[in-house]
Design a protein around this ligand. Structure first.
Ligand code: MTE
Ligand code: MO
Length: 541
């Protein structure tokens, strides 16, 4: 005997039918639309805070609006807040603002469901107000509005996508036969998307806010630093160190133009008050140096050219700056390396390491510094604030550890710097190189009109004594050299040339103070620095 089943008598729990839920209309769509408004607000804050983090902690609409409200609030309201909440007034303000923003966002969700696009418009108006707050904060930069703009975009997209899901669920619940998917599937899709979006927004936003606060705190700590004057100042740079040529690299690289290379996704935030350097390993005495102790030492200033092993021939991963710091040699003398130690493995707070020959760091004639100043300012955060190493004559990857907190005296046989197991040489002395800054490759010059062929040449710690230029298959000609400031820094050079019609290939090579002539052999940067002659081709018409 068989029982006939009819579709109008569904069996409870039978997955093949969905009428049980489908027939019932979705009960409180407005409440869900309000929740969508809240998720959109979370997306706004999450994306905006992430953007602010990418800007180094600047441009947060949350911070800007909060501070603007504090600044604009009438004295009476402020006094009332303090009277009511005491020292908790900021927390109270934050809670009040949160409730207000949440209420408006929920309302925007409801409005967008009923009358699109007015809910989205509410977010846009909120964004404009936040933009005004951001741009009127003191010290606001050109791009500080970007986090707010991206935040509004994220909010509007979230609002529209989630409401579309909600509408589908509503439709499937109201008229099941008209919907391609059962209401339960639409409901699940809506909830999964809503919860996932909210979760991502909250996690990204919170992590970004924490990161931005740390960056801002360090920026403030950096502004508060007063560098002591050097006990041993560097001699003034002679005027003759700079040639008067348009387009040549300046002798001193401004901090803002100094190349930056590191493995840090986010610039480490170190408050100098929390910083210390520990020298340990194969030493008789472990040494720990705090920020205040470092500042109290007789500091020295040295001009030095720093370059990256990854620099291609003709590349710009090189810069020259005035560094203020304390000789690492003196710190090592306190620690007294023992036995057969031959390397110092310096470590950054973010785990980066560099292996530097111990004898170079101990050498009387090499001004290896634990640096805290760069061109008269505290180190910029991206260049290692509060302290980094600078060792003339060695590529950065084996010597110039930024955000340095540790120096372990060890042996090349026992330890490796970060880049060595990744295919780069254990040791990285800078190679003799030269570069043509002007004229630029592929440009056109005028026949019969004098052209300055000019650039820089370097072999830090050895020095450059000549630069030679060759045009086409002509003879090598001696370039005019700028005055040498020290063997540790690059030298500008220029050759004045009057072109004839046609295409000309210009090559440059340097001669070191040791008499070495820069090799023409072309090698790539890996494993220990590119070689070859820099070349430009120009057309004379
Ligand atoms: N902590 C840390 N320090 C570092 C690095 C790094 O990745 N992390 N890179 C090194 C490399 S490869 C170079 S070339 C120099 C670059 O210094 P700059 O960014 O100040 O020019 O820093 C060195 N110090
Ligand atoms: Mo580098």
């Amino acid at each position: 005997m068989t029982t006939e089943r009819t579709t109008d008598v569904p069996t409870p729990g039978d997955p093949s039918t969905d009428q049980h839920t489908a027939g019932v209309p979705l009960r409180r769509p407005a409440v869900l639309a309000a929740a969508v408004g809240l998720v959109a607000a979370a997306a706004f804050l999450g994306i905006a805070e992430f953007g602010a983090l990418l800007l180094g902690g600047a441009g947060s609409p949350l911070v800007a609006v909060g501070s603007a409200v504090i600044d604009l609030a009438p004295a009476g309201a402020k006094n009332l807040m303090v009277a009511l909440f005491g020292t908790g007034d900021k927390v109270a303000l934050f809670v009040l603002m949160t409730v207000l923003v949440a209420a408006i966002s929920a309302g925007a969700g409801v409005l967008e469901r009923a009358r699109p696009p007015f809910g989205a418009l509410v977010f846009a108006v909120g964004g404009v107000l936040a933009l005004i707050a951001v741009s009127t904060r003191s010290g606001s930069g050109t791009f500080d509005g970007a986090p707010t703009v991206f935040g509004v975009a994220a909010a509007v997209i979230t609002l529209r996508l989630l409401l579309r899901r909600l509408r589908r669920w509503e439709a499937a619940a109201a008229v099941p036969s008209a919907s391609p998917r059962p209401a339960s599937a639409e409901r699940r899709a809506f909830l999964v998307w809503g919860v996932a979006t909210a979760a991502v927004a909250v996690v990204v936003g919170t992590a970004s806010r924490v990161g931005s606060s740390a960056m801002q705190a360090v920026a403030a700590a950096r502004r508060a630093v007063r560098l002591p004057a050097a006990a041993t100042p560097a001699p003034a740079v002679p005027g003759g160190a700079s040639l008067d040529v348009d387009g040549i690299t300046p002798y001193v690289t401004p901090n803002a133009d100094f190349y930056r290379i590191d493995t840090a996704l986010r610039v480490p935030s170190i408050d100098p008050a929390d910083w210390s350097l520990r020298i340990h390993g194969a030493v008789e005495h472990e040494v720990t140096l705090t920020w205040d102790e470092l500042l109290a030492l007789p500091l020295e200033e040295h001009m030095a050219t720093l370059s990256c092993v990854s620099n291609e021939v003709g590349g710009d991963l090189i810069g020259n700056a005035l560094w203020l710091g304390y000789p690492i040699r003196e710190l090592l003398a306190r620690a007294k390396p023992t036995g057969d130690a031959d390397m110092v493995l310096s470590r950054s707070i973010d785990g980066f390491t560099a292996g530097t020959p111990l004898d170079v760091l101990q050498d009387e004639g090499t001004d290896a510094l634990l640096a805290i100043g760069m061109n008269g300012e505290p180190l910029p955060t991206e260049h290692g604030f509060p302290a980094r190493m600078v060792v003339p004559g060695l590529f950065g990857y084996v010597s110039a550890t930024k955000w340095v907190t540790e120096m372990e005296v060890t042996r090349f046989a026992d330890a490796q710097g970060y880049w060595t197991p990744r295919g780069w040489s254990e040791r990285g002395p800078v190679k003799l190189e030269s570069r043509i800054d002007t004229p630029r490759n592929g440009t056109t010059v005028t026949v019969g009109e004098q052209v300055a062929i000019a650039g820089v040449a370097w072999q830090p710690h050895t020095g450059v004594k000549a630069v030679q230029v060759r045009v086409g298959s002509g003879a090598w000609q001696q370039a005019e050299l700028a005055e040498s400031v020290s063997a540790d820094t690059w030298r500008q050079w220029v050759l004045r040339w009057t072109p004839t019609a046609g295409s000309h290939r210009i090559e440059v090579r340097a001669v070191s103070a040791d008499g070495e002539v820069q090799t023409s052999v072309e090698r790539p940067p890996a494993p220990n620095g590119a070689t070859g002659w820099a070349t430009v081709t120009v057309d004379a018409k």
